[in-house]
Write a protein that binds this ligand. Structure first.
Ligand code: DX5
Ligand code: ZN
Length: 220
């Protein structure tokens, strides 16, 4: 099943509540919320106060992507604020297994993410413990970057490993996803698609989500 997660980072922050509600009405299953600490990545975005404020504006699953150095410390606040899925970066932590357990104990779904330079081999052993694997298709930190097609072999390795081992996590891609690039990611096993600038730049969100979904389905 194809699921779409618009990335809030590309929205108009001056009208955040309206933007969130409009994407919800557009039929996206999830809302992707990028949290950056200026340390793990060279940018600062938003914190849990923002998540809490927008929670009432949407029925979508809140897919919180933590690009921060200390996910275990801050996850409880994000759960209290309304996160449904918390994804941390493999590269940010010393003990991924303990991190997975700490987040799961908060009662939410757990995702693990890999930056472009991290190989599939580094993450395969954690896949049976998580609900979501996020393969970054840009360097994390900024929206509007060019899709890295050279991540496709890694995506395929991960999706084939899941199939071979009877695992069925969300296989999420994030960065430079639009109506063209989404097709390659579908062909390589992705089933959850983050899209920031390609959706929020359109005037009709409903039409934009529908077209992105149709493009993905055409590649199934
Ligand atoms: C980048 C973020 C992405 C970003 C995607 O670090 O993780 O979620 O918002 O933006 P686009 O779709 O514009 O590449
Ligand atoms: Zn993201």
């Amino acid at each position: 099943m194809i699921q779409i997660a618009p990335s809030l980072l590309a929205s108009d922050f001056a009208r955040l509540g309206e933007e969130v509600a409009a994407m919800d009405a557009a039929g996206a299953e999830m809302l992707h919320i990028d949290i950056m600490d200026g340390h793990f990545v060279p940018n600062i975005s938003m914190g849990y106060c923002v998540v809490k404020c927008i929670r009432p504006a949407s029925k979508a699953v809140f897919d919180v992507h933590l690009m921060i150095s200390d996910p275990v410390r801050y996850s409880p606040e994000f759960v209290k604020a309304g996160a449904d899925i918390i994804t941390f970066h493999l590269e940010a932590v010393e003990d991924p297994e303990a991190t997975i357990k700490a987040i799961r104990d908060l009662g939410v779904k757990v995702g693990i993410s890999v930056k472009p330079k991290t190989p599939a081999s580094a993450v395969l052993k954690y896949l049976h413990m998580v609900d979501l694997i996020l393969v970054m298709t840009v360097e994390p930190g900024f929206g509007g970057q060019k899709f890295m097609a050279d991540m496709m072999p890694k995506l395929r390795e991960i999706s084939e490993y899941c199939k071979a081992n009877g695992l069925d996590p969300y296989i999420e891609v994030d960065g430079g996803i639009d109506e063209n690039t989404i097709k390659e990611t579908v062909a390589n096993g992705a089933n959850l698609f983050v899209a920031g600038s390609s959706l929020f730049s359109k005037s009709d969100y409903k039409e934009a989500v529908k077209n992105l979904r149709a493009a993905a389905e055409s590649a199934l």
